[in-house]
Ligand binder design. Sequence first.
Ligand code: IDP
Ligand code: MG
Length: 137
Amino acid sequence: MERTLSIIKPDAVAKGVIGKILDRFESNGLRIAATRKLELSRKDAEAFYAIHSERPFFNDLVDFMTSGPVVVSVLEGEEAMQKNRDLMGATNPQEAAAGTIRADFAENIDANAVHGSDSVENAAIEISFFFADRDIS
Ligand code: IDP
Ligand code: MG
């Protein structure tokens, strides 16, 4: 069974839609194998998004991801990585298909409600960033 990492970002947590977003996963065949609410330190956010460190928006992204609590979850199911990406919608909520999480809960590309791993390989790395094996069941 495939696993992927989801993050409900500070904008969506502040809006009070944690439950609504987790429901999208469970209603679409993704099991929540682990979940936790936490605040990312600046060091955490920089390390997690290291792949984007040369991008012009990197500092804004780190500022945003450290602006309030997030909810990190391990989602499990058939083709969990791609299924979660499909449920999320496009990075820019303005371009996200109707009915996707970003279309329904996000305002703009800076504050776009959710993160999801973009490959099965990265999912394993991102899951181990937040969870020990014994946290996942
Ligand atoms: P993804 O979250 O859909 O995988 P990525 O390209 O991996 O998109 O970018 C990571 C995050 O960086 C996005 O979710 C978004 O919050 C932010 N981001 C990406 N591109 C831009 C941009 O052009 N301007 C501002 N923020 C951006
Ligand atoms: Mg990405």
